[in-house]
Design a protein around this ligand. Structure first.
Ligand code: BGP
Length: 468
C-alpha cells in the first residue's frame, strides 16, 4: 500500500472496553455499567477495570507510536464528561481526554475519535434511542465536544456501528436494552441514529473546524451470496438495504435506499415517526468520511423459514451456529463450509475487505474511507519464556491488508487503517477470553503490557509500506 498520499496506520479501542475507572473522578454510569451490574449479565463479567487504559494511556500511546503507528482511534465516554443530565461538565473527565490528546501530540499520533461507541449515559437510558429527544441531546453533547476539543481532533466519528448496535440491542437482545425480536423499535432506533448523526454534523459544520467528520459502519459494507441466481441476488439486495444501506446511504448520499420504506411497510413496521424535516436534515448534512469495521462476510441466501432474528456467536461452544440476520420473507444467513473460521465460528474471508471498499467506490461516490477496525479474536497463552506468538493473527492481518492494498490500487479512496485492537480489552458479551490486541494485557498482574509478535510484525509492515 503506497504511503506517499499520507495513509494513516494505527489501531483502535473504545472507551467502555478499555478505560475502566468506571466510578473515578466524577464519571457517571453508562447503560453498559448498568447492564453489567444487573442480573441480565449472566456471566457476571464487567469492564469496571477493563485493561485500565485510564491509568495506562501514556504507556499505551507511547507503545503505539514506538510500534510505528501514526494514528489512534479511541472513543469518548459521554457520561465521563457529562455525568448528569444537567449539561454541567465534569472537568476531570475533560482533563483526561485532553491528556490523551497531549500524549498523542507528543508522539505525533493522529487521533481519530468516536463520540459514541455504544455507552449512552444512564440518564439517557438503554431505551434512549427510541425517543426523539435523544437526537437533540446527542447533538448537544457533540457540539460541546467540538467546542472543547476543537481541531485538536482532526477526525471525529459521530456513532460507532449504529446498525450492529441496534440489531444487537433490539433483535438479538445481547446488548442493552436487551429486547428480542423487537423490529418496530429496531427500525425507529436506526432512524433516530441517522437523524442524530445529521444533527451532529450540522453542529460540526457551524464551527468550521479544521477537522473532518464521519460515521462508522459495521460489517464490511456489503452482503454476499454463494450462488448467482436472481433469487440470491434479490436476497443480497435486501440484506444490503436493511443492514448497511440505511446507514451509508443516509450518511454519505443524504438519503435512505430506494424501496426501504416500502419494504419496511411490508414487514409491518409503522413508520409514522418519520418526518419530512428529518429527511431534509439528512439530505443536507452528510459526512466527510465513512469508517468500515471489517471482520467477515455477511453471507445471505433466499428466505426459507423462521422468524426475523439475528444470531451472534460469542461462545466458542456454539461456534457451529449459523451467524447472521434472518428477515422473514426476504433473506436468511448462509454459510460456506469450505472457508476458515475463528474459534467463535466467524468466517475468515480476506476478500470481503476488497469487496466492501470497492462497493464504497462504486455506489457511494468513492467516499473517503477508513478501515476503522480489522482484527482477529483468539484464545492466547504466553509461552514459558513469556512471549505471545500470535502468528495466526499476523497471517490474518497480512491477508486482509493485501486485499485493502488492492482496493486502493483499484481506485478506492482508502485513507487509513486501524487494527482492532491496540491492546487486549473487554469484548462485548464475551469478556476477556477472546483477545484481539497487538499488545497483551496481563489482567492478573496489574494489567501489565507485553507486545505480541503481531505488534512487531505490524511495526515492520508499516515501515516497509512507508519506504515503498
Ligand atoms: C465491533 C465493535 C468493537 C469490537 C469488535 C469485536 O463490532 O465496534 O467494539 O468489540 O466488534 O467484537 P467482539 O469483541 O464481539 O468479537
Amino acid at each position: 500500500m503506497k504511503d506517499g498520499d499520507q495513509m494513516l496506520w494505527g489501531s483502535a479501542t473504545a472507551a467502555y472496553q478499555c478505560e475502566g475507572a468506571w466510578q473515578e473522578d466524577g464519571k457517571g454510569p453508562s447503560i453498559w455499567d448498568d447492564f453489567v451490574h444487573s442480573d441480565k449479565n449472566t456471566k457476571g463479567i464487567t469492564a469496571d477495570t477493563a485493561c485500565d487504559f485510564y491509568h495506562h494511556f501514556e504507556e499505551d500511546i507511547r507503545m503505539l507510536a514506538e510500534g510505528g503507528q501514526n494514528t489512534f482511534r479511541f472513543s469518548i465516554s459521554w457520561s465521563r464528561i457529562f455525568p448528569r443530565d444537567d449539561g454541567v461538565v465534569n472537568q476531570a473527565g475533560v482533563d483526561f481526554y485532553q491528556h490523551v490528546l497531549d500524549i498523542c501530540e507528543k508522539y505525533q499520533v493522529v487521533p481519530n475519535v468516536t463520540l459514541l461507541h455504544y455507552d449512552l449515559p444512564s440518564y439517557i437510558g438503554a431505551e434512549g434511542w427510541e425517543k426523539r429527544e435523544t437526537m437533540a441531546k446527542f447533538a448537544a453533547y457533540c457540539k460541546r465536544c467540538f467546542e472543547i476539543f476543537g481541531d485538536r481532533i482532526p477526525y471525529y466519528a459521530t456513532i460507532n456501528e449504529p446498525n450492529h448496535n441496534s440489531y444487537c440491542s433490539y433483535l438479538v437482545g445481547n446488548y442493552p436494552p436487551n429486547h428480542v425480536g423487537d423490529v418496530q423499535n429496531l427500525v425507529k432506533v436506526c432512524y433516530h441514529n441517522m437523524v442524530a448523526n445529521a444533527m451532529a454534523v450540522r453542529e460540526f459544520r457551524k464551527l468550521n473546524l479544521n477537522a473532518k467528520i464521519g460515521i462508522v459502519n459495521s460489517g464490511a459494507s456489503r452482503a454476499d451470496i454463494l450462488k448467482d441466481t436472481p433469487e440470491y441476488r434479490e436476497a443480497k439486495r435486501y440484506a444490503n438495504m436493511l443492514f448497511h444501506g440505511w446507514l451509508i446511504g443516509a450518511a454519505v448520499l443524504g438519503k435512505f435506499p430506494e424501496g426501504l420504506g416500502e419494504t419496511l411497510h411490508k414487514l409491518g413496521v409503522d413508520l409514522s415517526f418519520v418526518r419530512q424535516e428529518d429527511l431534509d436534515l439528512i439530505k443536507e448534512y452528510t459526512v466527510d468520511w465513512i469508517g468500515d469495521n471489517i471482520y467477515a462476510r455477511k453471507l445471505v441466501k433466499p428466505y426459507e423459514f423462521g422468524e426475523t432474528q439475528m444470531v451472534v456467536n460469542n461462545d466458542p461452544r456454539q461456534s457451529q451456529a449459523l451467524e447472521g440476520v434472518t428477515v422473514k420473507g426476504l433473506f436468511q444467513p448462509d454459510i460456506d463450509p469450505t472457508t476458515r473460521k475463528n474459534p467463535w465460528g466467524r468466517e475468515i474471508y480476506p476478500k470481503c475487505g476488497y469487496d466492501a471498499l470497492i462497493r464504497l467506490r462504486d455506489e457511494y461516490n468513492n467516499v473517503p474511507v477508513f478501515v476503522t477496525e480489522n482484527g482477529h479474536g483468539m484464545f492466547e497463552e504466553r509461552s514459558e519464556s513469556g512471549e505471545i506468538n500470535d502468528s495466526e493473527r499476523i497471517a490474518f492481518l497480512e491477508e486482509y491488508l493485501d486485499y485493502f492494498a488492492k482496493a486502493k490500487e483499484d481506485g478506492c479512496n482508502l485513507q487509513g487503517y486501524y487494527v482492532w485492537s491496540t491492546m487486549d480489552l473487554y469484548s462485548w458479551i464475551n469478556g476477556y477470553e477472546k483477545r484481539y490486541g497487538l499488545v497483551h494485557v496481563d489482567y492478573a498482574n496489574h494489567c501489565q503490557r507485553i507486545p505480541k509478535k503481531s505488534y512487531y510484525w505490524y511495526r515492520d509492515y508499516i515501515a516497509f509500506q512507508k519506504k515503498k
